[in-house]
Design a binder for this molecule. Sequence first.
Ligand SMILES: NC(=O)C1=CN([C@@H]2O[C@H](COP(=O)(O)OP(=O)(O)OC[C@H]3O[C@@H](n4cnc5c(N)ncnc54)[C@H](O)[C@@H]3O)[C@@H](O)[C@H]2O)C=CC1
Ligand SMILES: O=C(CO)COP(=O)(O)O
Length: 381
Amino acid sequence: MARAGRRAPGRRVAVLGAGSWGTTFAKILADGGADVVLWARRPELAREIQEAKRNSDYLPGINLPIGLRATSRLDLALAGAEQVFVCVPSQSLRDNLIAAEPHLHAQATVVSLMKGVEKATGHRMSEVIAEILPIAESQIAVISGPNLALEIAREQPTAAVVSSTSLETAQAVASVARNTYFHSFVNTDVIGTEFGGVLKNLIAVAIGIVDGAGYGENTKASIITRGLVEMTDFAVAYGAHPDTLSGLAGLGDLIATCQSPLSRNNTAGRLLGQGYKLPEVVNQMQQTTEGLASVGPILELARAKGVEMPIVEQVRQVLAGSLDPKDIAPHLTTDDEPQGERTSDGQAQGGSALRRAFKRAFDQLRHGGECSGRSTVSATS
Ligand SMILES: NC(=O)C1=CN([C@@H]2O[C@H](COP(=O)(O)OP(=O)(O)OC[C@H]3O[C@@H](n4cnc5c(N)ncnc54)[C@H](O)[C@@H]3O)[C@@H](O)[C@H]2O)C=CC1
Ligand SMILES: O=C(CO)COP(=O)(O)O
């Protein structure tokens, strides 16, 4: 068991959601010295964690800290909590926040650990938090990074980024969310940090698909590299700083999720690549697979900004059953003509996404309002 960290001893915090990541994060916080109460929706799970210090379904073989408490009562979990870490499936966040709101301390900081967008609205988790809870923007933070739960529960050294528009808030959260095996960096780019976690899931599904279809490392490296360009174009179009996407919450998480069989998104993709249909895959997945629900809203958001995401679009087609998984690999671009590689220069300024949006609008005018359905970037761009 890890030694308790030096910082913030005994600070009262709550974690909402006792799946693999919520439970692991509760352990991170408790091992860092915080006084943690973990809320589990199911009373039997709360009892197992509270009494046996185990969460055998989600974290088999892991002993949880003796001091970690668990309850299925939201009021008890939230009573006196200065920081509240939220880790429920993204599609259930809104309802869970509505239930939590009456019990939340007015000055509490609320931290999203989730990596999805709300399907009905396309909103990021921090946006949903801001909509539901009567708290200031400076009381909201998000955490993201290469954080496969089981590895961290085994106390393998890992880093993450805590992001808030208030640097002070990010630092306060980071000083609690750290211990001997978990290090938190800080930034103020909430959009980039959050979208990094959402978007890498979609690329990890693509990697799983080509893996399942039997392709090797060249294919996967091509998709990871071009996937990062898509992620960056998209996030920058929504106001992210490009550096964030090159950091832990972007490239770092992309590498971890695309490489690891522990990733649920990667696993779901592999099953699709092996020929299972989406309903069969959903049936087989025991745990939250955010990428499957994010594909639709992310492509809608991409369209709204004129950002092209050929890899994510092909993931959508495989999910819909309209593209054979074997055909995903060559289609790393929707362009027929040779295209400039664009890794960091153009897109780092947000320029290429914008340029392509203008070009697309111009093309649509030229074609009488019809979308050409093809990228318009020339070889010289
Ligand atoms: N597992 C991981 O390695 C990591 C997961 N995440 C993110 O954390 C979030 C949660 O994922 P996991 O903990 O991995 O999922 P999980 O599938 O392991 O656990 C989800 C938990 O939420 C509960 N739950 C289901 N429906 C609910 C509802 N309507 N209301 C409240 N609770 C409900 C389940 O009973 C379960 O305890 C996701 O957004 C995921 O992307 C982020 C980093 C790492
Ligand atoms: O976000 C994760 C690792 O950082 C976990 O990925 P999966 O949700 O695909 O398991």
